[in-house]
Design a protein around this ligand. Structure first.
Ligand SMILES: Cc1cc2nc3c(=O)[nH]c(=O)nc-3n(C[C@H](O)[C@H](O)[C@H](O)COP(=O)(O)O)c2cc1C
Length: 415
């Protein structure tokens, strides 16, 4: 089991023009808490010097198969055993060919044959080379043998061509590597499930420049989206437009404004089967304007004040629950008083499987904060009625909620 607080990453660099991006990647991985060691092919050393990586990682860079400084002169075996994961970025067409042929004629190819660790390979080359059938055949072969391929980006290339074959940006690569490590070390309890999550605040226009909204940051929904995806689910995140958070890697994000738009986006994504899980964390406005003013409302519109006529918004959770009765439904309730009674009523009235209640009158948890604490209530058909999740970072609470969902959706009783 990899220590996810300090994973050991062996970064392998081959001779491609994108080798400069690997310097930023090494830095980002270290910043994210990884231990990074670097090995380079001779061609890679023509593009970026080993000194750059030595300075960035604080470690000697490995370039030679015959390493007299290594214990027993077998540096390749030491490196192969040290790594939790080997990341080849960029991976040249040449090295891909050698690996597919099972060659071991330099340090990199020898380590790849000698290691037990998973190997992530990020091809980067000219678009014509990328579309060459031999390269594609080699990649398919490597995939068959367990290599994990990081797809290249499309766009303008260093040689002036436009097309597929660009190395993804270091930030994206870093995210993919960290996500890979997480999934490798997280039980895939939601594999095969599709999760739709709403998050953040809706926004109800008053006139062309003003709107009604609330303080929801979307943090809990985004943390849940990541936790569900890490547990193997396919996740769509339907987010209020003002949520200023980075979308978790691998999660589809759909930005919406009003409650009506949020409902329509949910309906478009839902299916009525037992593999669907619907999680409603969004703080949806209960009311919207009866008529949105087509022009900016002037200060002079009312003498001493202004009355806005509001009408009820659709209840997204209740509507989805009614339209998709086979889906597993989870509600959230942010309450300032009497949370338990309200939660029990909502659980029954909306036919939910689970409801998570937090007390937003405590400003150290809930809206905008990084921590949360909640009580989770379960529908009567389950063996246990509730579970208390004490104050913890939202990422931790999200993982605990995923455990609850996994146990209920796999029809196990909560311990
Ligand atoms: C300026 C220049 C840029 C190159 N860029 C790439 C590249 O992006 N991808 C690639 O597969 N090969 C590229 N090559 C060719 C490789 O450097 C060459 O195939 C080399 O043998 C790769 O060796 P290696 O796989 O051992 O690192 C480039 C060559 C030159 C001269």
């Amino acid at each position: 089991m990899t220590d996810l607080t300090n994973p050991k990453i062996l970064l392998a660099i081959t001779g491609g023009i994108a080798a400069y991006k690997s310097a930023v990647l090494a830095r980002l991985l270290i910043k994210a808490g990884c231990s990074v060691r670097v090995m380079m092919t001779q061609a890679a050393c023509e593009f970026v010097t080993p000194l750059t990586f030595q300075a960035l990682t604080g470690q000697a860079v490995h370039t030679e198969l015959l390493d007299e400084t290594a214990e027993l002169g077998m540096g390749h075996i030491e490196l192969a055993k040290w790594a939790d994961v080997v990341v080849i970025a960029p991976a040249s067409a040449n090295t891909i060919g050698k690996l597919a042929a099972g060659l071991a004629d330099n340090l990199l190819t020898t380590v790849c044959l000698a290691t037990n660790a998973p190997i992530l390979l990020a091809p980067a080359m000219n678009q014509q080379m990328w579309s060459n059938a031999i390269v594609q055949d080699n990649l398919a072969k490597l995939q068959k043998f367990g290599y994990h391929i990081i797809s290249p980006d499309s766009g303008e290339q260093a040689c002036g061509d436009v097309g597929a074959g660009r190395l993804p940006e270091p930030e994206q690569l870093c995210e993919q590597i960290l996500h890979f490590l997480t999934t490798q070390n997280t039980a895939q309890t939601l594999a095969g499930k599709t999760v739709i999550i709403t998050a953040g605040a809706t926004l109800e226009p008053i006139d062309p420049v003003r709107f009604l909204s609330n303080h929801s940051s979307g943090k809990m929904g985004f943390a849940l989206a990541k936790a569900c995806h890490d547990a193997g689910a396919t996740v769509s995140l339907i987010a209020g437009r003002r949520v200023a958070l980075q979308t978790p890697f691998g999660v589809e994000r759909i930005d919406v404004g009003t409650a009506d738009e949020m409902l329509a986006a949910c309906q478009a994504k839902m299916r009525d089967d037992e593999q669907m899980i619907f999680i409603a964390t969004a703080a949806v406005a209960d009311f919207k304007m009866a008529n949105i003013a087509s022009q900016k409302i002037k200060k002079t519109a009312g003498s001493d004040g202004l009355t806005l006529e509001l009408i009820k918004n659709p209840d997204i959770l209740a509507t989805i629950s009614e339209q998709f009765p086979n889906a597993f439904m989870i509600g959230f309730a942010a309450e300032t008083q009497d949370g338990e009674t309200y939660a029990q009523n909502k659980l029954d009235a909306k036919n939910l499987d689970m409801i998570a209640v937090n007390d937003v009158s405590d400003s150290s948890i809930g809206f905008g904060s990084d921590d949360n604490a909640m009580t989770v209530f379960f529908a009567k058909k389950y063996a246990r009625s509730k579970v208390q999740l004490p104050k913890a970072p939202k990422a931790t609470i999200a993982k605990q909620l995923v455990s609850c969902i996994a146990m209920l959706t796999t029809k196990l009783n909560l311990i």
